[in-house]
Design a protein around this ligand. Structure first.
Ligand SMILES: Nc1nc2c(c(=O)[nH]1)N[C@H]1C(S)=C(S)[C@@H](COP(=O)(O)O)O[C@H]1N2
Ligand SMILES: [Mo]
Length: 385
């Protein structure tokens, strides 16, 4: 993390960002996305024209309901609970205005946000075991340079006690109702150790204000952890001396079904994955060299190596890695390949992180389809020649 002080973003961008205006994905060009209900995934075949960072208008969106319109002039971030000195109550919390937040010393952090269910669709298409949930392919990930205030700094300012155990960030979007059950506002407890380690209360993305769909005016960014931890449209944070619960750590985002025990713990870090910057079924010229591009990432370590196969996993070649720009983000790689004749080929990319963890050929089923990190089989067709 690089620390600087005196953050200054162009105030006119506030107006241009459309903050406070209507909601939806109007800032995201439809050709860059696959629409999925209230969500939208990045199309990997359009990633070739992206640099290392994904711009706000190309970043995937995962909304439990809809994007709220929030006026930064009246918005305040409330902090309360018995983990703070004086135990401020939810009715009389400490609070920070948008202006105050932006005046505080800031931190820049390049990191990925990835949905826990990214790749979920492959449980059905590759392993023959459909699951519940949005059938993402691999586009529910993005990398951006976030700027904000270290959550630890904010908590210290609020009078954090050493006996604090957990924090509960709450989003300002509408309560989440599913199957007739009102689960309340999106919120998920975070252990204090992670909160104090590297979590940001971010107000900027790639040098711009957060787009409304990405959490304007402020969101959490929780490096390496499941996307649900990175609360958008942050409204309040409870700080508690006791463990906290919400449906997002008791019901959702835990492994259930299959061979998992009934009390599997809440999911935390993200596994190792890889994607080609190509459409599934892409057409490539036969007998002419093509450079295959892709990206690999891991929630816990840097990427150490990526092997690519163009024959369904019989032979593997090491791809050339570009230097990783941030351990909490992705590593780009490439490999030249000449399809020897017209026909269908199955590409595979298999990454190993510096912890020695390699993507497996298959992953155990879980009923909500979390953490599909097996090697993805990616068919392409070589034509002509
Ligand atoms: N308030 C709120 N925060 C939220 C969500 C939400 O629906 N409401 N979705 C979560 C999930 S499941 C993911 S994967 C990430 C997605 O962030 P993005 O939409 O900016 O890509 O936001 C998380 N934060
Ligand atoms: Mo997610």
């Amino acid at each position: 993390m690089t620390r600087r002080s005196g953050p200054r973003l162009d105030a006119r961008r506030l107006a241009r960002s459309g903050a406070g205006a209507a909601t939806g994905f109007r800032d995201r060009p439809p050709e860059g996305f696959i629409a999925r209900d209230t969500n939208a995934e990045m199309r990997w075949d359009t990633a070739t024209d992206l640099d290392y960072l994904v711009p706000g208008d190309r970043f995937f969106v995962r909304n439990h309901t809809t994007t709220p319109a929030i006026d930064p002039q009246t918005w305040r971030l409330s902090i309360y609970g018995d983990g703070l000195s004086g135990s401020p109550s939810p009715r009389e919390p400490l609070s920070f205005s948008y202006h105050e937040l932006r005046q505080m010393p800031s931190v820049d952090l390049t990191c990925a946000i990835e949905c826990t269910g990214n790749g979920r669709g492959f449980f059905a298409t590759q392993q023959g075991t459909p699951t519940t949930g949005t059938p993402w392919t691999l586009g529910a990930i993005g990398v951006a340079r976030w700027r904000g205030v270290a959550l630890g700094d904010l908590l210290q300012r609020a009078g954090l006690l050493s006996s604090a155990e957990e924090v509960m960030p709450v989003g300002l979007d509408a309560p989440y109702v599913d199957d007739g059950i009102d689960h309340g506002r999106v919120r998920r407890p975070l252990p204090i150790a992670k909160a104090l380690d590297d979590v940001l209360v971010a107000y900027a993305m790639n040098g711009e204000l957060l787009p409304p769909d990405s959490g304007f005016p402020a969101r959490l960014v929780v490096p390496g952890w499941v996307g649900i931890a990175s609360t958008k449209w942050l409204g309040s944070i409870e700080v508690s001396r006791q463990p906290l619960t919400s449906p997002w750590n008791t019901v959702f985002y835990r492994m259930t079904g299959g061979d998992y025990p009934p009390d599997s713990p809440p999911l935390t870090t993200l596994p190792v994955k890889s994607a080609f910057e190509l459409a599934i079924g892409a057409r490539l010229p036969a007998r002419r060299p093509t450079v295959l591009h892709g990206r690999s990432w891991s929630g816990t370590a840097r990427i150490r190596g990526v092997e690519v196969s163009a024959d369904g996993g019989r032979h593997w070649t090491l791809a050339r890695l570009s230097p990783p720009e941030s351990p909490a983000a992705w590593t780009r790689w490439e490999l030249a390949w000449t399809p020897p004749s017209p026909g269908v080929y199955e590409l595979r990319a298999r990454a190993t992180d510096s912890g020695g963890v390699t993507q497996p050929d298959s992953v155990p089923y879980n009923s909500a389809g979390y953490h599909f990190w097996a090697v993805v089989r990616h068919p392409v067709t070589a034509v002509g020649g």
